[in-house]
Design a protein around this ligand. Sequence first.
Ligand code: UTP
Length: 475
Amino acid sequence: MAQSARITQETIEKLESSGLSALAVHLGSLDDRSAHALLEQLELFDLDEIGLLVDRYGNNYVPPSASGDIKPADCFALDGGWDRETYGTKGADLVKGGKVACFVVAGGQGSRLGYEGPKGCYPTSCVRGKPLFQLFAESIRASELKYGTSIPWMIMTSPLNHDATRAFFDEHDHFGLDPKHVLFFNQGVMPSFDKDTGDLLLSNPTTLATNPDGHGGAYKAMADSGALDTIQAMGVEHVSYFQVDNPHAKIIDPTFLGLHAFAPESSGQMSSKMVAKASWDEKVGVFCKVNGRTSVVEYSDLPEALAKQTNTDGSLSFNAGSIAIHAISTRFIRDVLADSDTALPYHRAVKKVPYFDTGSGSLIDPIEPNAIKLERFVFDALRVADRSIVMETDRVEEFAPVKNATGTDSIESSKRIQSERAARWLESLGVSIPRDAAGTVDATIEISPLTALGPEDLKDTDLPDSIEPGASIVL
Ligand code: UTP
């Protein structure tokens, strides 16, 4: 038997023994050239593992329930009771010493926003329409200048947007950052499979339909790409993690980094930021103590009775909404990787995935969700940290997400929050801001990260006494 025919036969047997028989039949029906193309992709996966996952997350799926002892997580409150200044100084020393890198996860499909390109290229700032990547780059550059250091930036992409993301940075000269310190890498993918039959879906006769493996794929992607080795070789000990959809992410926050690395309540492994939930049913994960360990419980998994529970002053007991900002030590990333099956379980989502139908030989665009996608979540690793702290922050200051095309967490709502934050900074310095009867800012105000990362950076800036109603201002 020719070598290629032998490999095809071996793979067919492997697929059959892994319970992936439909794909085995399809592979057997292909000519040599087509079979070779499909085999190349199949080699990237552990077929035994895929077979087990299909079995577990397909028809035999048992939904997880937030069980055990669930309590609200302790938080370092916004209104104090802890030594903000000392931790700020210690965190600033970490940054100045080159011990901090930043990391944005930008591999998602961004389907809710419905934008063609990578989400990071989406025009987002409220006056100039600067793309998210530019806002982050300028914020990092401003931090480099403020702390007199260089700060490596890791950008995780997926095969869907890797080339377009790199090209965007090349076109814009990396927005003034040193290209040597901007590390792009691809995350992994998982095969999508039919929700009823468990058959792996094909996007064409020789290619499996795949989906990015979730933001939790970040741990493996950092290691596999060599980015983790690179930043460790540069002396980095902590990573400041954020999502591509939040233009208000305070990428370098010395207070948070200091608390994460030095508070006795923290093991310095993985820490998080929270904002007070807007309502009991806001669709954000909530920081809880589950069986004594800090965890994020997804809004859909938090029992309604707990979500609605209040304290004696009427505030929500489970109030700590996650804004997906974490500090993670490089050492902890290695620990998580060593134990990723326990630390990072897969989560399933039922979605619409177009597929090549081997029976009819045509491409099908399903009307209803037809497929299961498996993803890992970055925050699941919190549960394997020894002691993990949560710091409260102000919603307007640090959370202006752009997730949807319209409505909640859309570009319109994000722009309103951007102007509100800028207005607050200016008001704290005595500038008079026009507001309507409901208190909403009646102007559009953009403050470049290169001008200020916070109100303290505006003290030496020439500011107007007041802003005209309806004005559009850029500082
Ligand atoms: P979301 O959960 O908002 O998913 O990702 P998404 O894919 O971007 O958007 P939708 O749900 O299709 O509308 C939160 C963050 O995690 C990143 C996203 O890029 C975003 O920064 N992410 C998500 C990845 O990097 N990889 C993934 O596989 C999933």
